[in-house]
Design a protein around this ligand. Structure first.
Ligand code: SAM
Length: 260
């Protein structure tokens, strides 16, 4: 922890990563503070390092996309037969993202953002081990918002934000990923009728996310009764994080919103 009580983020140069790849680099000081959680954890085992070395250069957006002066359509990176594009923000180890790749047919493509290298490597290893179609996925190992800001309007069919960091202290609430500013961005990117799916097992954060999204003019909460946010949505893919929370007695809230 830093003297100000914030998590210490080690310098990125400690990453064992080929220096000619400019996918991860030090963000300019003005942008650096947008990621508040961990980006590095325990050293990667050889299989995870291999997954990073082999797949990240191929599947990641390049930092250069942030320099685009005009927005770009992320659908152009996928096969022309792609009909749906789903984005998962903060996918952790990627259990849910990989699960969706199994669940949906090849007409659906995915974008996953996760700044934590241990999470990214776990997901990429899973892609290799489970032989998932790498043409259906693009990843981003940084703040999702920096990337999403560059996309054209109405390009996404769904955004998943599962168990985002709760930032429980009131003075840190402005760090929460669900905010009016980010909801404006999500509303711009989602097609009319598209889904915004959020979960948490922290009751205070659940109340925060319901309030923020319900107060936003472009989102409609689909819940009709209490069961709708306590019961597992149909075909739900549980993450290890969710299972651990349940084992510890915490209850998951499932918040399903539609973009008007
Ligand atoms: C509590 S974990 C939940 C992981 C996963 N969604 C799950 O449910 O198992 C929250 C994740 O969000 C990621 N995260 C935090 N800020 C982010 C941001 N601005 N963009 C993308 N991911 C972010 C963190 O690195 C962390 O892995």
């Amino acid at each position: 922890m830093t003297p100000r009580g914030e998590p210490y983020i080690p310098p990125l140069k400690r990453i064992n990563y080929r220096s000619d790849l400019r996918i991860i680099k030090k963000a300019p000081p003005s942008e650096k503070r947008r990621i508040y959680g961990r980006r590095l954890g325990r050293p990667l085992n050889p299989a995870r390092q291999k997954a990073i070395d082999e797949l990240l250069p191929r599947l990641s957006y390049l930092e250069e996309v942030l320099q685009h002066s005009t927005p770009f359509d992320p659908r152009t990176d996928f096969s022309p037969t792609t009909e749906k594009l789903i984005c998962e923000i903060g996918f952790g180890d990627g259990d849910h993202l990989a699960g969706m790749m199994h669940q949906y047919d090849d007409k659906t493509a995915f974008i996953g953002a996760e700044p934590y290298i241990n999470g990214m490597s776990a997901f990429l290893k899973q892609l290799q081990e489970e032989n998932l179609d790498q043409r259906r996925i693009k990843v981003w190992m940084d703040d999702a918002i920096r990337l999403l800001e560059k996309f054209t309007d109405h390009c996404l069919d769904a955004i998943y934000v599962l168990n985002p960091d709760p930032w429980p202290k009131a003075r840190h609430h402005k760090r929460r990923i669900i905010s009016q500013e980010n909801l404006d961005l999500f509303a711009r990117l989602l097609k009319p009728g598209a889904d915004l799916i959020m979960t948490t097992d922290v009751d205070d954060l659940a109340a925060w996310m319901v309030t923020e999204a319900s107060n936003h003019p472009d989102f409609l909460w689909t819940a009709k009764s209490r069961l709708d946010w306590r019961e597992l949505p149909k075909d739900w893919i549980k993450t290890k994080y969710e299972l651990k929370g349940k084992a510890a007695g915490r209850q998951q809230t499932y918040l399903l919103f539609k973009r008007h």
